[in-house]
Design a protein around this ligand. Structure first.
Ligand SMILES: *[C@@H]1O[C@H](CO)[C@@H](O)[C@H](O)[C@H]1NC(C)=O
Ligand SMILES: *[C@@H]1O[C@H](CO)[C@@H](O)[C@H](O)[C@H]1NC(C)=O
Length: 459
């Protein structure tokens, strides 16, 4: 890599840092209903795969990776990628280099809930009135706009350099002139497709492509360039790193993009992803394959039907019988919950002509019978022992939605009763603390509510 290219990258990185701070301060102006966040990204050394991969970086985070931090009145260290609810105090611990956050002290002479809300109201919004789901959605949105702004910033940097004739010449010599997304994607694809490229160069090209194909229009261009086909072939690669990154690009391109979803399923992506998930593969590869599979299935009933026909649900079920797949379990649980809810919500909603066809398609997705047949009832209770609140929240949701079908199984499972009892006392305490701190409908209270509902329904 040339020194100039390095310089440009560094400039872009510095800008990103500045931007992160700027986003935190500008967020509140968007809407009073939208909470603000500090998005922290430190080395993610705790998420190492068994393949001994490098730490996960920002662009590597699937939407499922986004986590919400629950502040207390003590300073707590933020984990990488955690979103901080509005109103939290965040500081950088200069000794450890870690970021820490806590709830604001109720100082400056105000007392009582009302005044606190008012004080926070304008700038901070009371984050405790948002569910973690809402926080995550907002965080995902922020991530998207941050990427867009980052691009604008990069353009800005390039513009600033332009008047400097010498640099400009250098850049032109190095072919570093301003390029459109389209041109960049063409180059990245040919870099990936060239037999002259090394493995590292190919992986780097995929890594960059992932950034571009998030945008719906770019993903469509990607399709017309033949990029999607290459990614599907890439799933067959004998190199784990290529398989992993091809699945990553695929997942990004598929997200909320019906056109890509249709092309991908016609191109055989579903089978290939299931083969990856069903066979011995490094965890990192399977993780990205699951990400791509989820993007493929969400809001696409035709793919859901095919998935069931191909035995996809069994493939996911078998992940619970293998060692070392624990990090995938909560993602599978989330996917299953989302698919069940997606269908239920549509069936329960008002719909016109247009939705009739979609509804018809969903009717053919016989998900619940397959779930029962494969004994999915047994899956969620065993996961309740996980320590993370966020994981438990997802598992409880699935238990709740499966209740109608799995009640008898649950009643006959004494371990479930014990686990729920333990969780109830834990969250009673946390919810009480939350209340003392002035949050009537806090997160822990919400979790306690769903535990109590489940216990009640079992009783
Ligand atoms: C990839 O390379 C092959 C062989 O060189 C070529 O036939 C194909 O068109 C290329 N695909 C794309 C999408 O560039
Ligand atoms: C990809 O793998 C499948 C089997 O998993 C095989 O049938 C297919 O021919 C392979 N395709 C390529 C392009 O290697």
């Amino acid at each position: 890599m040339s020194p100039w290219a390095g310089l440009l990258c560094t400039a872009a990185k510095v800008n990103l840092l500045v931007l992160l701070v700027a986003v935190v301060f500008s967020w509140s102006s968007l809407s009073d209903r939208v909470p603000e966040f500090a998005l922290t990204k430190i080395e993610e050394s705790d998420i190492k795969d068994d393949s001994g991969n490098e730490p996960v970086t920002e662009d590597d985070a699937d939407p499922e990776d986004l986590e919400v931090f629950y502040p207390t009145h003590q300073w707590q260290t933020l984990r990488p990628g955690q979103a901080v609810p509005a109103g939290s105090h965040v500081r950088l611990n200069l000794q450890t280099g870690e970021r820490e956050a806590k709830l604001p002290d109720s100082e400056d002479g105000h007392t009582g809930q009302g005044s606190r809300r008012k004080r926070l109201g304008k700038v901070d919004v009371d984050a405790n009135s948002f569910t973690s789901q809402e926080l995550k959605e907002a965080l995902a949105k922020m991530k998207a706009s941050e990427k867009a702004e980052r691009k604008a910033q990069e353009e800005e940097v390039r513009k600033k350099f332009r008047p400097i004739e010498q640099l400009k010449e250098e850049f032109e010599k190095l072919n570093m002139k301003m390029e459109t997304d389209y041109e960049i994607m063409v180059k990245l694809i040919s870099k990936f497709n060239s037999s002259a490229s090394t493995l590292d160069e190919k992986v780097a090209a995929l890594y960059d492509l992932e950034y571009y194909v998030h945008q719906v229009d770019n993903a469509k261009d990607f399709l017309s360039m033949g990029g999607l086909r290459l990614m599907i072939e890439g799933l067959n690669s004998t190199e784990a790193a290529l398989k992993e990154h091809a699945a990553f690009v695929l997942g990004a391109a598929l997200s909320s993009n019906p056109k890509v979803q249709i092309e991908a399923i016609e191109g055989g992506a579903l089978q290939k992803l299931l083969v990856i998930l069903a066979t011995e593969q490094p965890l990192a590869v399977r993780k990205k394959a699951l990400f791509a599979l989820s993007s493929m299935l969400r809001h696409f009933p035709y793919a859901q039907q095919q998935f069931l026909k191909l035995g996809g649900l069994q493939v996911l079920r078998s992940l619970f019988r293998q060692r070392g797949m624990e990090t995938l379990h909560v993602r599978v649980v989330t996917l299953l919950y989302d698919l069940i809810m997606e269908k239920m919500l549509l069936e329960g909603s008002q719909h016109g002509e247009q939705m009739a066809e979609k509804l018809q398609q969903y009717r053919q997705v016989r998900l619940v019978p397959a779930v029962l047949e494969q004994d999915w009832c047994a899956v969620p209770p065993t996961l309740l022992a996980m320590p993370e609140h966020d994981t438990r929240e997802k598992v409880l949701k699935l238990v709740g939605v499966l209740m109608a079908f799995c009640r008898e199984h649950y009643r006959g499972d004494p371990a479930l009763g014990t686990a729920l009892g333990l969780l109830r006392s834990e969250y009673e305490e946390l919810a009480a603390q939350e209340q003392r701190e002035g949050d009537k409908d806090g997160y822990f209270g919400e979790l306690l509510g769903s535990i109590n509902t489940i216990i009640q329904e079992l009783g």
